[in-house]
Design a binder for this molecule. Structure first.
Ligand code: FES
Length: 73
């Protein structure tokens, strides 16, 4: 698989895994993966890819965060 970030060998799959683990910001992605920690040439692509993946995730589960809690009240 092609690296999104060549400097730090971060792939699209790495970004998908990070988003699935709850990463929602580019800064959090950088901390977790090291993406864009070198030349910075991948930043635009990485930001767009993360945004697209987060949209995919939230659109696949649009109301899951709105369900009432099941605590008996
Ligand atoms: S390609 Fe990602 S920091 Fe250089």
């Amino acid at each position: 698989m092609n690296d999104v970030c060549v400097c730090n060998s971060v792939t699209e799959e790495d970004i998908r895994r990070a988003a699935a683990a709850g990463v929602r910001s580019f800064e959090a992605l950088q901390r977790l993966t090291g993406c864009s920690g070198g030349c910075g040439g991948c930043e635009q692509e990485a930001r767009q890819l993360l945004s697209d993946i987060v949209t995919e995730i939230t659109c696949a589960h649009p109301t899951s965060h709105l369900r009432p809690s099941n605590d008996g009240q």
